[in-house]
Design a protein around this ligand. Sequence first.
Ligand code: FAD
Length: 521
Amino acid sequence: MGFTFTLFSTRINFLIFLIVLSSPCEFIQSPMDFGPLKLTGTTDTASLDFGRMSFRAPFALFRPQSAEDIALLLSFIYTSSFSKLTVAAKGAGHSINGQAQALNGIVVEMDSLPSSIKIHRDEEKGSYVDVSGGTLWIELLEKTLKEGLAPRSWTDYLYLSVGGTLSNAGISGQTFKYGPQISNVLQLDVVTGTGKLVTCSPSKSSELFYAALGGLGQFGIITKARILLQESPKIVKWVRTFYEDFDQFIKDQELLVVSMDSKVDYVEGFIVLNKESLQSSFTAFPANLGTIVPQLYQNETSSKVYYCIEFAIYDQSHKGVKLDQVVKEISKEMKYLPTQLYSVEVPYLDFLNRVKVEEVNLRKVGMWDVTHPWLNMFVPFNGITQFKDLLLETISSSPFQGPILIYPIKRDKWNSNASAVLPESGGKDEKNLVYAVGMLRSANPNTCTKRCLNEFLQQNLHITTKATMDLGGKQYLPHYTDEEQWKLHFGGKWERFLARKSEFDPLHLLAPGQSIFKRTQ
Ligand code: FAD
């Protein structure tokens, strides 16, 4: 107490406030301001996330002005032995299952940290940027583009925070080439659960560095990240090819990410479940849909399933060569349905920001702020056909609104020291490939009430259970509610995860919404 008191001697009000706050009987709702350490009682936004399935209200919000503010908060809570408070950093709040919530705890709103984006050009070692943890990737992109630079690895959607995606992995169509976003970080500033502000990297405090990357917010709050940059492309050739045959779709994806990996800059793919799903997949892709739909569904029932590969090439990777020529060379090796190749040329920013177009469209029809029973998994290469069968069979009994993404990533682009989890390697037959699958389902509020949502969640549970047990799959953006399930999820990495937790957050203060650890006294 003596130590705490000294530390807060100029902030007695704050100390008293926290003591009151930590009593389970008291619930303070009115906004309060304690100088630089602002706690507010307006907690509605912090009990809501993109999933709209978990609603856990915190006691208060904390809007830090600096990393030191966060360190002060955490060191106070850590050293006050009577407190049972938990703390969750909230980036953009785009989690699905309340991962950034803290029931009766404190939510630290990372967007209040002054946005700082400092670009460093280094011809020899490569350029990089220092960016604060609450910055959105779109803000970072817009700033770096002004200097002709950009990060190498992305997520599909850019209105996510740097700290939020680095706490998971951050994957998209560039992951096969550059690894996930967590493989493109040179250094982090992290405030641990004991309130220490540490600068860490692969060569300095490396245990904390790797723990935080993909660490689900369990080891500290990322206040700053140093991220690798590359010369930014200006123009992107964005291509889609269609398949009836899943095996051929997989073979062509493999061709693109293995044999053609130096030519291709982005590879994803998705399942076209029916005519409506084809139409909605063309919201952002500026090709003439009017000619595509009749070709695929002219003589077919509107529920025929197709598979689409989406790949892209950047002008920056093919200086002096016409992009059409490159597409020609690549596509002549592919075996898509005759004539079913469509391509468009768009500015790099528009390409990376393509999901924004979908967001705007979905907002117009009231389908953005709805419940999202999403399921994301990594599936070993050898099990992807079985997984696809399991998925299609399971969801066939009910309507599916939203995209289903399937694309390969390369295992060797992930650092095994980081906390993020991939399926365990399947022995000598296993290729270097793992599949990322995203079932990004929306529940239509007009047609899907509690019973229907439960059915969707049951379907997800069926798929994850079977895919985990039978195929060795792992959830991405994982959601479990008890320790045994988490243990299974982390597999061979569990003991290290536990050891890191007891070193960096021994009282289990941080990110309670992940439901991995219970707060200790
Ligand atoms: P939040 O939801 O705010 O937080 C997520 C977790 O990280 C919480 O546990 C939180 O406490 C912790 N956290 C947040 N900030 C910090 C910090 N600074 N330091 C430590 N811990 C922190 N993911 C992909 O990989 N690829 C995609 O293409 C992709 N597309 C998406 C599209 C949409 C529309 C949505 C809603 C999500 C998508 N995601 C994707 C998932 C997304 O990456 C994760 O949900 C990510 O956590 C969101 O970032 P956020 O800032 O909203 O995090």
